[in-house]
Design a protein around this ligand. Structure first.
Ligand code: GUN
Length: 291
């Protein structure tokens, strides 16, 4: 029996999409339809499934979406040229290139070619620099979604010790900056942190984003901790599980996110929020941080 309160990302995301429908309808009435271009290279089944979900979400809230597909053999110049075209288009406010990309293509070059004003993934160094210096900009979707779900269940952040396990550019590192911007004390752990439990046991809020099933058990947390599980793994029975032993940790934590139905739906919904934000900024005819 889980005694912790479940943070129902699926329900929070659904409520957010309902609100977004109204916002998008209003924008349409005023002459702007937010537009998202999704670029998919190759036929990686996981990527195809993510992209399908993103397009479905756009349809649901009334955002225009365009799927641009390339074969796995596409050359880097060809892909960069397409991004350049999308940067110029007035009907496209957000550009997402699904990762990972095939070996012949530099992800760094692709990310840096996307206009920072259309960087709805928040992966561009300019977006990350803005986050680091607490300027308005696009925040990567997973960290932004985590913040929103904590807000939805009224978990305060200021003064809390937040321990983040995982230092990826798309989750761990931006999440650490975002929590710091919200006045938390932040510790970042990674594969070389020893002993990991020494740190995780100190967390008021524990964010786990590694990608290893069973990494965090009840013995690794402080009683009453808030536990956010970003992991997405298949266990030996083919079931989708996170990085946290949900049942046992759920008996010791105060709040916990399930997998599936926790962080994943929030990540998806933040992409819509960033696309709407990009369209609003463009609509106002100004750039982010313009005076
Ligand atoms: N691949 C896995 N997650 C993501 C994401 O959030 N954005 C992009 N572009 N690719 C991904």
């Amino acid at each position: 029996m889980t005694t912790a309160q479940l943070i129902d990302g699926k329900a929070i995301a659904k409520a957010k999409r309902t609100e977004m429908k109204t916002v998008v309808a209003q924008m349409k009435a005023e002459g702007t339809v937010p537009g998202l271009a999704v670029v998919l290279v190759g036929e990686n089944p996981a990527s195809m499934s993510y992209v399908k979900g993103k397009i479905r979400d756009c349809k649901e809230v009334g955002i225009y979406s365009e799927l641009i597909r390339f074969p796995v053999s596409v050359s880097e110049p060809e892909l960069l040229e397409k991004i350049g075209e999308l940067n110029e288009r007035d009907d496209i406010h957000g550009i997402l290139v699904q990762l990972p990309l095939p070996k012949q293509i530099s992800e760094r070059k692709v990310i840096q070619t996307i206009s920072p004003e259309k960087d709805v993934d928040g992966f561009h160094p300019i977006s990350l620099g803005r986050l680091m210096t607490k300027q308005d900009g696009f925040v990567p979707c997973t960290p932004a979604g985590i913040m929103d779900m904590l807000k939805a269940v009224h978990v305060s952040i200021a003064g809390k010790h937040v321990v983040i396990v995982g230092r990826s550019n798309i989750v761990g590192k931006p999440a650490s900056q975002l929590f710091l911007n919200h006045d938390a004390t932040v510790t970042i752990c990674h594969s070389r942190t020893t002993p990991l439990a020494h740190y995780t046991k100190q967390a008021d809020i524990l964010v786990v984003a590694v990608g290893r099933a069973g990494l965090i058990g009840a013995e690794d947390i402080k009683p009453g901790a808030v536990v956010i599980d970003v992991g997405m793994n298949r266990n030996k029975n083919g079931k989708l599980v996170g990085d946290v032993e949900f049942e046992e940790v759920g008996e010791k934590a105060s709040f916990i996110t399930p997998v599936p139905g926790g962080v994943g739906p929030m990540t998806r919904v933040m992409l819509l929020e960033n696309t709407i934000k990009a369209a609003k900024i463009r609509n106002r005819g100004r750039k982010i941080n313009a005076q």
